[in-house]
Design a protein around this ligand. Sequence first.
Ligand code: CAA
Ligand code: FAD
Length: 379
Amino acid sequence: MDFQLSEEHIAVRDAARDFAQNVLKPGVIERDEKQQFPTEEIKQLGELGFMGMMVDPKYGGGGMDTISYVLAMEEISKVDASTSVVMSVNNSLVCWGIEKYGTEEQKQKYLRPLATGEKIGAFCLSEPEAGSDATSQRTTAIDKGDYYLLNGTKNWITNGGSASYYIVIAQTDVEKGHKGINAFIVDKEWEGFTVGAKENKMGIRASDTHTLMFTDVKVPKENRIGEDGFGFSFAMKVLSGGRIGIASQALGIASGAMELAIAYSKERAAFGKPISQHQAIAFKLADMATTVEASRLLCLKAAWLKDQGLNFDKESAMAKVFASKTAMDVATEAVQVHGGYGFVKEYHVERLMRDAKITQIYEGTTEVQKIVISRSILR
Ligand code: CAA
Ligand code: FAD
C-alpha cells in the first residue's frame, strides 16, 4: 500500500490546479451569473488533454489513469464546478463508454474529436418519466432494417446545447423490458433532433442543461453501441465510472470551500483575535479537513479499483454518497465561517454551496447510491 502520489500524478494535479486558479477563477463569478457556457475554457482543457484524459493516445486522448482523473477533477471543481461537469460527462460517460464498448469505426469517427475536445459529448438517459427508475424508458428506437427510428424526449441533459454527439438510451423492444434497451450515438445535425430550452438552475449555472426531442430521427444500425439489448447494462457500467467523476467533483467543491474558510478564518478578527482562534470555528475546520480527507480516500480507492480492472460499482457509489454529503456540509459551514461576507458572490463560497447540491442528485441520487451499496453488501 502506498499513499504517495507519483511524480506523474503530481504533475497532472499541478497542471489542473494552475489552469483552475489562473484561467477559470477570473471569470467564474460572471459565467455563473450570466449562465455563460465556458466555451473557450473547454477548448483549452481539450488542448491540455483533459477532455479525454483516460482515452488511449492513439484516439487522441491523454492516456492517463483514473487516479489522474480524480486529481484533475478535484482541482477544477475547487474553482468551477460548471466546467468540471462538462469535463466529467465528456470523459467518463461519453469517451469511456465509446472507447470501452464501441466499434473501431465508432472510435475513429466519434471518439477522436471528443477526446481532443474539438467536439463535446452528452449522455442521455433521463426522461420526464424515467429518472431514478431508469429502466422505464419511454424513448423508442424501432428497428427498420439498416436504421433505427428514434422518437421521444430526454430531459436534464448536461451539454445539451453545446454537444455535437449524444449517447442516447432508448427502448428497442418493450416486451423485453430492460433487456430490450439499446444505446446509440446520435449526431446533432440529423433531421428530427431538436434542442429545447435551457434550464435556469440553482447551481452549476454555467453548464447548459436542456430537454432534447427526437422525432423520427434515423439512426444508422452501425451507431448502436454493443450487442442488441446491451443498452441498460451499458448505461449502468458507464455510470459506475461516471460516479467517480461526480464524487471527485463533490470532493473538489468541499476542498475548495474548506481552503477558502481556512484562509478567511486566519484573516478575520473578532473579539481581539483571528476567528480561527475561537474553538467553535477551529472545530468546524477540523471536521471539514477530516471529511474532505475521507472523501478523497474513497474517490482514490474507487479509481484505483477501476485502474486495476477490478469491480468498483459499490466503491464508486460509496465515494459519491460520502463526498456529496461532505460537499453540502463543508460548503454550508464555509459560508458560516465567512459570516455575512459568505452570503455575497465575491467570496465564492455561496456559489460552492449552490453547486454542491447537484452532486447529491445527478448520476444517481444519494438514495440510488444506497440502493447500489445495500444490494451489493446484502448479495
Ligand atoms: N453493471 C452492469 N449491469 C448492471 C449494473 C452494473 N453496474 N447494475 C445493474 N445492472 C443490470 C442488472 O444486472 C440487471 O440485469 P439482469 O436482470 O440481466 O441481471 C439490470 O441491469 C437491471 O438492474 P436492476 O434490477 O438493479 O434495476 P433497477 O430497476 O432495480 O434499478 C438502479 C437499479 C441502480 C436504481 C438504476 O436504475 C439506476 O442507477 N438509476 C439511476 C439512474 C442514473 O444514475 N441516472 C443518471 C443519468 S446521467 C447523469 O445524471 C449525468 C449528469 O448528471 C452529469
Ligand atoms: P426521481 O427519480 O423522480 O426522484 C425523486 C426523489 O425520489 C429523489 O430523492 C430520489 O432519490 C427518490 N427516489 C426515487 N426512487 C427511489 C427509491 N426506489 N428509493 C428511495 N428513494 C427513491 N440525466 C442524464 O441522463 N444526463 C445528464 O447529462 C443529466 N444531467 C443532469 C444535470 C442536472 C443539472 C440535473 C438536475 C439532472 C441531470 N440529469 C441528467 C438527470 C438526473 O440524473 C436525474 O435528475 C436523477 O437521476 C434523478 O431523477 P429524477 O429527477 O427524475 O428524480
